[in-house]
Design a binder for this molecule. Structure first.
Ligand code: GRF
Length: 199
């Protein structure tokens, strides 16, 4: 199973996925990092681990369809099976969605459908909720709206600050995302072998 991870920033979730592969907890190959912010720290992490990077400036293309066509080309060259969004700060357009239907996943730092979009941890903090969390979902054309696959709740403690809450959510994300990707791969491998056996 060959994965491409898409990231725009620090890439701590990307790192957690790479670590899980290197430690044998995730049976997959991370073949490509796609980054829409050349120079982002995620690129350094990829270089350290010998992972290919496709980095691009969206503004250098005529629009989303044009840069997504280029991404699809890169994904096909690397024979990517699955796309893992990890802090990729863009909506996925029809070009990518149709090429990888049902094979694009995202992680979001809230208990969706609460607090979709940017700054989800800040939104939850300002709303004064007592429980928040992390969600892994399938990607559709909406903003954090696809089918939910896994969620974990995290209490907001009286002693928390926005910073400590952010740390607690990240710690959960770094465990939940690799574990969930592994479960998805196991389920799909099983379904694949069942389909073959039926023929
Ligand atoms: C994570 O909180 C993830 O849930 C959200 O973007 C953040 C990315 O952080 N989609 P990092 O770049 O993985 O550190």
């Amino acid at each position: 199973m060959k994965l491409a991870v898409f990231a725009s920033g620090s890439g701590s979730n990307f790192q957690a996925i790479v670590d899980a592969v290197e430690e044998g907890r995730l049976q997959a190959e991370i073949s490509l990092l796609v980054c829409d912010k050349p120079g982002a720290y995620a690129e350094k992490r990829a270089q350290t681990h010998g992972i290919s990077v496709f980095s691009f400036h969206p503004k250098e293309y005529s629009g989303k369809a044009a840069f997504e066509e280029e991404i699809v080309k890169q994904l096909r060259q690397q024979e990517i099976d699955m796309i893992i969004l990890a802090g990729y700060m863009r909506l996925i357009g029809p070009t990518l969605l149709h090429s990888y239907e049902g094979r694009i996943f995202n992680i979001h730092p809230s208990l969706l459908p609460a607090f979709p979009g940017k700054d989800a941890i800040g939104q939850a903090w300002r709303a004064g909720v007592k429980v928040t969390g992390a969600t892994i979902h399938m990607v559709d054309e909406g903003m954090d709206t696809g089918t939910i696959i896994a969620q974990e709740a995290i209490p907001v403690k009286a002693t928390d600050s926005l910073q400590s809450l952010t740390k607690a959510i990240q710690a959960v994300e770094h465990r939940l995302y690799p574990d969930t990707i592994q479960s998805i791969i196991e389920k799909r491998t099983l379904e694949g072998s069942q389909i073959k056996n039926e023929h």
